[in-house]
Design a protein around this ligand. Sequence first.
Ligand SMILES: [Zn+2]
Length: 280
Amino acid sequence: MAEKEPLFQTEGVVLRTTDVGDRDRMLTLLTPQYGKLSVFARSVRKITSSGLSASQLFAYGKYTLRRGSSHFYLRESSVLETFLGISTTIEGASLAAYLCEVADELTLPDVECRDMVQLVLNTLWTISENKKPLYLIKGAFEFRAAAIAGYTPDLRGCAVCDKQSLGDNGMIDVMNGRLLCSECYQSLYQKQLQSAYRPDLNTPITDEFGQPILLRRLTPAALAAIRYVLYTPAKRQFAFSVEDEGILLFRDACESYLLHHVGHGYKTLSFYKSVINEST
Ligand SMILES: [Zn+2]
């Protein structure tokens, strides 16, 4: 019986909150060892509640829970970090909401997700500190989150000729998770790229498996940035920079990579783009 389930303690980060009635709240809590949990927090919205801070969106804390039949019940909590800097700008808050929606979708109940928890915490902290450009934080999160979810590309070199350097017009083949150097890209797709081969220019270019191919251009700087994001230890995830034309290409490659692998957009992403005035 649920009442006899023992209490257990876990750390976690609040990805989503839904107020229930006048005092209660449902939390989506992402925990390293138990995955994503739905938690009912009774009376937590009373101003005198000791659990209020740890039940706010983006809060990171320690939670004592009891397992029920359809969700968990919060018994005690103590906050470890609230990332207060996030809510000082609408841009930062909307980016944080987007990454929480992505993390919510890419995780499951009762499945360990230590890497995703660490990525979410590092990303929330970096937004809160307000020392890095948001496009860099967003791109690094998107690309790393996709890799953690299992969509890991091979960024070591061109998938055809093995060259590490792709030249100025290298490509990432998004759905096949591979790189193509300028020359191999041209020789593989030259025929298809010619307009005579495609009477309708909207006809997609297809790969050798007959599937529509999605290519995003990478300059050496943009490639260096996504390699850094994928291969660097998590603690140094955001310690890089990208400049000039590389910014746009990095931003586009990371967003395309995540969205095309999950197969849809996100409402929170559209909202983030509307507040930073970037077209979708
Ligand atoms: Zn090549």
